[in-house]
Design a protein around this ligand. Structure first.
Ligand code: SAM
Length: 299
């Protein structure tokens, strides 16, 4: 009996402790696709290794990091509308020692008072050099309440402190692996519309926009409060059609709603089941159907 009891007490494996020397998201991100990456990346074109890959809604970068070890594309262009997020990726790629030193300092002196001091400094856009601002973003992301990094489009961060006495923040080995994966990758802070100028025929593009809410209360687009409404979804569908005409190879994730099915009518729609963990009130946990849209007729 005692042996069995100890089995039950064994803590669940902490995903943060797995494969620390492998590239994987170093931020907790609403709508993050790490768990789904093996399934999703199978839906990308077979010739990805010979293609330019674009990811215009980068977030935590789960799909890119998964691809970097399993199916690296020839070139990668990553972007997101959140300027400070893109700056953080640039610093991970280019200024790792300064970033790790700053994170270590913040980790050792973490308390509520420091959290709010850093939050104020982060929200004052004129304060802090590049590496310091990137360290602040990672620190706030890892110590804030529920790990929900909610900002508005200008990057104003307003989440209170979470209950962590000794937050790990992030493994330096993981940052080293991510830095290596980002070498030679182009990063840009820009909205998805810019794809129309940048993308070429044959490019592979994976879109993971803030989702169309499945109900009025389930708002997964909480990393950019109120920023991505139905009008944006419609503009995005317009860009998708334009890039389809151009001969790009397109894959897009969204929630399985009537709006999404209407917007992408005529393309291949694949329904997949996803377990969601991030929700502000807990009511939207559980299995939710997700839609993957592809223009396979062009592949
Ligand atoms: C669902 S998340 C992407 C999650 C990512 N695939 C991952 O695995 O972590 C959507 C991202 O779109 C970004 N975003 C919101 N509006 C945008 C816009 N108009 N153009 C480009 N990116 C935008 C958000 O900052 C957020 O990082």
């Amino acid at each position: 009996m005692p042996a069995r009891a100890s089995l039950y007490r064994r803590p669940a494996p902490d995903p943060e402790e797995e494969d620390v020397d492998q590239p994987r998201p170093f931020l907790k991100w609403a709508g993050g696709k790490w768990a789904l990456a093996p399934q999703l990346t199978k839906l990308l074109p077979a010739d990805l290794g010979k293609r330019t890959y674009r990811e215009p809604f980068l977030g935590g970068g789960a799909v890119f990091f998964y691809l970097s070890t399993h199916r690296p594309p020839k070139r990668a262009f990553l972007s997101d509308a959140l300027r400070d997020l893109v700056l953080t990726y640039e610093v991970v790629r280019d200024e790792l020692p300064a970033l790790v030193a700053e994170l270590d300092r913040l980790r050792l002196t973490h308390d509520d008072e420091q959290f709010y001091r850093v939050r104020d400094a982060f929200n004052d856009k004129s304060v802090g050099g590049r590496a310091v601002r990137a360290a602040w973003l990672i620190y706030l992301n890892k110590t804030c309440y529920n790990g929900l990094f909610r900002t508005n489009r200008s990057g104003h961060f307003n989440v209170p402190v979470g209950r962590f006495t000794k937050p790990r923040i992030v493994h330096p080995e993981r940052l080293v692996a991510c830095s290596r994966a980002l070498r030679g990758v182009s990063l840009k802070a820009q909205t998805f519309d810019h794809l129309v100028e940048d993308a070429q025929r044959g490019d592979v593009i994976y879109f993971d926009p803030p989702y169309v809410p499945v109900s009025r209360t389930a708002n997964f687009a909480s990393y950019s409060l109120g920023a991505f409404g139905l009008e944006d979804q419609e503009r995005l569908a317009g860009v998708f059609r334009q890039l389809d005409q151009r001969g790009c190879k397109l894959v897009l994730s969204n929630s399985d709603t009537e709006d999404v099915r209407r917007l992408y009518k005529g393309f291949e729609l694949k329904r997949i089941e996803v377990r969601r963990n991030i929700s502000a009130n807990g009511s939207t946990r559980g299995v939710i159907n997700e839609l993957v849209v592809r223009n396979t007729a062009r592949w």
